[in-house]
Design a protein. Structure first.
Length: 91
């Protein structure tokens, strides 16, 4: 069974997650992954990470406001920092 969680947060600065981790700016409990896909029309996407089994599902509304109002289509292929939490129904 594929494990899915919801995105808690994404790096909000111009630095990518790799740079933030090197600077010690990735919070404890956060993971680093790659935005595998994002559908701006439907408002959701998936992150893949070696630290988490399966893809992590996220909604556009869970992104920081400055990213929501920007070019979210450019998220695909970017390295991001995120937290996993259970959503409705334990997914």
């Amino acid at each position: 069974a594929e494990s899915q969680g919801h995105l808690q947060g994404v790096s909000t600065s111009c630095l990518d997650a790799t740079q933030l981790r090197a600077l010690g700016l990735i919070p404890d409990g956060s993971y680093v992954g790659l935005v595998k896909s994002f559908n701006p029309i439907k408002g959701f996407g998936f992150i893949t990470s070696q630290a988490v089994e399966g893809d992590v599902f996220f909604l556009r509304t869970e992104l920081p406001s400055e990213i929501q109002s920007g070019d979210v289509a450019s998220l695909q292929g970017r390295t991001v920092a995120f937290e996993v939490r259970s959503g409705e129904g334990g997914r």
